[in-house]
Design a protein around this ligand. Structure first.
Ligand SMILES: O=C(O)[C@@H](CO)OP(=O)(O)O
Length: 242
């Protein structure tokens, strides 16, 4: 039996300000740093050790993994970063306040942009400073890989090669894996691992800074999954999107 731990980054400054974030590289809030430390302490208390960590190229996830590993005294393990684990690219919504956007476009429209697997948020254009083609860390991406907007299905499609080539390969080597990523890149991964329908993934929300443990059989099918919390494991239910 393999154990895989998924960890959404701790609260970011823009989570706190209720702004659409996507690929914007915002930092953790003080609460987010505390959540990351607590996640590491919980993992250590429950005896978790890891052989390798995977994260995105965004500092809120990188720092969450760092802080969690430091609190487990495992900061020394290899960590691989990939843009494929980035948050879903939120297009022209990036930077906007979610409540103000709902007041302008209607709550139903905003909820669809946020949670539907197929709805595209409004796109940016390549002359927009938010276009990742302007950012050195994405210089190796092809024109097709650089998003102008992304829906959840497209996020899943770009997470998948990394899952198959890197993460599953590590699991096959019996390595113990932790992935620190984002609300929507993890929703996409959970949809895949759990075979969730589009309807089920619409109501899936993953909390910040709480380790989500998957116990997998040798074919990487889920045996059990649960959140690791102060008062013991909690079912990985799918609370409605906020
Ligand atoms: O802003 C974002 O990038 C994400 C995660 O914080 O928000 P949402 O919950 O709307 O997908």
């Amino acid at each position: 039996m393999e154990k895989l731990v998924l960890l959404r980054h701790g609260e970011s400054v823009w989570n706190q300000e209720n702004r659409f974030t996507g690929w914007t590289d915002v930092d953790l809030s003080d609460l987010g740093k505390q959540q990351a430390a607590r996640a590491g302490q919980l993992l250590q208390q429950h005896g978790y050790t890891f052989d390798i960590g995977y994260t995105s190229v965004l500092k809120r996830a990188i720092k969450t993994l760092d802080i969690a590993l430091e609190n487990m005294n495992q900061l020394w393990i290899p960590v691989q970063k990939s843009w494929r684990l980035n948050e879903r690219f939120y297009g022209a919504l990036q930077g906007l306040n979610k409540a103000e956007t709902a007041a302008r476009y209607g709550a139903a429209q905003v909820q669809e942009w946020r949670r539907s697997p197929h709805a595209h948020p409004p796109a940016i254009t390549k002359d927009d400073p938010r276009w990742p083609g302007h950012d050195l860390r994405y210089a190796h991406l092809t024109a097709r890989e650089l998003p102008l907007t992304e829906n959840l299905s497209e996020t899943l499609a770009r997470v998948m090669p990394f899952w198959a080539e890197k993460i599953m390969a590590a699991l096959r080597r019996n390595q113990k894996v932790i992935i620190a990523a984002h609300g929507n890149s993890l929703r996409a991964l959970v949809q895949y691992i759990d075979h969730l329908s589009d309807e089920e993934v619409t109501s899936l929300d993953i909390p910040t800074g709480v380790p989500l443990v998957y116990e997998l059989d040798e074919d990487f099918n889920r045996i059990r999954h649960y959140y690791l919390q102060e008062d013991g494991p909690a079912p990985a239910a799918s609370p409605a999107a906020k």
